[in-house]
Design a protein around this ligand. Structure first.
Ligand code: GDP
Length: 268
């Protein structure tokens, strides 16, 4: 039997598990999964192959991979049009992290209601810029969403995209991730966190990933302390394969800038 360090098993992993219900000196049952008040006693014998994997952002610099989420289907990359302004370079980096981990990305631009109309009544400048970026992503086959929790725009679309899927939430603090989650599923407050079921110690203070089941089907995974995912497996040689527009020489200047910035950050 392989002994596995707990550090190698992450949220979403599927494992082969063997129940080893505990027996007392006289052979009587003193614990184990048949006892509903105690955690199951057993051993994890194997971690099954992962169909996708997200790692920590410091992973690619070192030689050790630090997985944090396994087997999720997609990453919902949330940004906001204002408060804070969307940083497209960071979104491009998250797109690479998602693809490198074999997850489909969705780019969600929130707080659309905050787009500021020009004085002459022309369409809001920030929205015109954001539209151009989102339209470019769409040409690359990336799902894009425009949402507002305030006006409820785009929420039905978001609900449909996360239904029956396992979705990892990504994006900077303040962009409206918790608000979006609460708007699509009343009662699900990802900021409150879970009470540990077995230890009853109250709120978690860890920065590890947490999984929330959705009533309509599917799961959301939040990683409160993780600012960026790693670019495990991304090298200077293969970076272009994550930027099909750069490869085809159709990339707008801001995409080219993202590509160059990422290239500079990768080990030579
Ligand atoms: P998180 O840190 O990404 O989880 O962001 P929160 O959900 O905590 O939202 C940060 C702030 O933005 C809160 O004050 C929200 O009320 C506000 N907010 C969230 N979504 C929207 C939106 O669509 N429009 C506007 N105007 N404010 C929003």
């Amino acid at each position: 039997m392989t002994r596995l360090s707990k550090a190698f098993i992450v949220v979403g992993d599927r494992v082969r598990f063997r129940d080893i219900g505990l027996k007392g000196d006289a052979g009587e049952f003193v614990g184990g999964s048949l006892d509903p008040t105690s955690p199951p006693d057993g051993v994890i014998e194997d971690v099954l192959p992962r169909k996708s994997l997200l790692t920590r952002s410091d992973s690619f610099k070192g030689l050790t991979q630090h997985p944090i989420i396994a087997n999720a289907d997609q990453v919902l990359i949330v940004a906001s049009i204002r408060q804070p302004y969307a940083k497209w370079g960071l979104i491009d980096r998250m797109l690479v992290a998602a693809k490198a981990g074999n997850l489909s990305p969705i780019v969600c631009l929130n707080k659309i209601d905050l787009a500021t109309p020009a004085e002459d009544g022309a369409p809001p400048k920030d929205l015109v810029e954001a539209d151009a970026v989102l339209d470019h992503y769409a040409t690359l086959g990336i799902a894009v969403l425009r949402t507002s929790v305030t006006t409820r725009r785009g929420l039905d679309e978001l609900r449909a995209l996360i239904k029956d899927r396992t979705t990892v939430l990504a994006g900077h603090s303040g962009v409206g991730k918790s608000s979006l989650v609460m708007a699509v599923e009343a009662g699900l407050d990802i900021r409150i966190g879970d009470v540990s079921r077995y230890t009853d110690k109250g709120r978690h203070t860890t920065t590890s990933a947490r999984r929330y089941p959705l009533v309509a089907g599917g799961m959301l995974i939040d990683t409160p302390g993780v600012k960026q995912f790693g670019l495990w497996g991304v090298t200077r040689e293969n970076l272009e394969s994550f930027f099909p527009d750069v490869a085809a020489k159709t990339a707008p200047p801001w995409r080219l800038a993202s590509y160059q910035r990422l290239m500079e950050g990768l080990p030579a």
